[in-house]
Design a protein around this ligand. Structure first.
Ligand code: ADP
Length: 195
């Protein structure tokens, strides 16, 4: 699913983000990237959906050489990759349900009803069905992350990238989010890469 072949990334200021990385992640794997601050974890993860451009080597994702993508092909490629961030990135003025619908309607051009069904399906899976009408400020950090995960999955990604998705959470909530990701990986077969 993801293959780094002698991949390096040098930032424009000369800082080396990745130095000759070789890594293969199989379809359906659950992979944790571990390392000290500044080791390059975020750079590695963000190279996968081309938020960062690698500067040498070959990075293949789902059979596609990510360096060859631009414009329309890049947008189409990104639709197949879900991303979950430390800061949740929910829209505060929208309900939980709406948060999980807008991306589908905007990016995938799904109808309102289809987006709603899909959002409900995943909100159910992450245990947030009782909160669909709540606003983000009315739910806890762990619940917000569950919503962010449902939102990412609602677009049917093949890969879910989690950039320190649990670092804003307490240890108990962290464990429940990790257990949820593991369960979704096993049940849905989605490849999960987590920092
Ligand atoms: P981690 O996620 O493991 O903390 P990062 O991938 O954020 O590490 O950073 C790897 C290295 O790249 C660090 O030395 C960091 O300072 C540097 N770096 C990260 N982003 C940028 C950037 N936009 N410009 C220049 N250097 C950066």
């Amino acid at each position: 699913m993801i293959q780094f072949d002698h991949v390096s990334k040098v930032y424009p200021n000369g800082t080396v983000g990745l130095d000759d990385v070789n890594l293969t992640i199989q379809d359906g794997e659950f992979v944790a990237i571990i390392g000290r601050s500044g080791a390059g974890k975020s750079t590695l993860l963000r190279s996968v959906n081309r938020m960062h451009r690698i500067t040498s080597g070959i990075l293949m994702v789902n059979g596609i050489n990510v360096s060859t993508l631009s414009g329309k092909s890049l947008r189409r490629f990104r639709r197949g990759i879900g991303m979950v961030f430390q800061s949740f990135n929910l829209f505060n003025n929208m309900s939980v349900l709406k948060n999980c619908m807008v991306g589908q309607m905007k990016v995938l051009k799904r109808s309102k009803e289809e987006a709603r069904q899909q959002a409900l399906k995943y909100l159910e899976k992450v245990g947030m069905a009782p909160y669909i009408n709540a606003k983000p400020r009315q739910i806890s950090g762990g619940q917000k992350q569950r919503v962010a995960i449902a939102r990412a999955l609602a677009t049917d990604p093949k890969v879910l990238l989690c950039d320190e998705a649990t670092s804003a959470l307490d240890p108990t909530t962290t464990n429940s989010i990790l257990a949820l990701l593991k369960e979704l990986n096993q049940k849905l077969g989605v490849t999960v890469v987590i920092i």
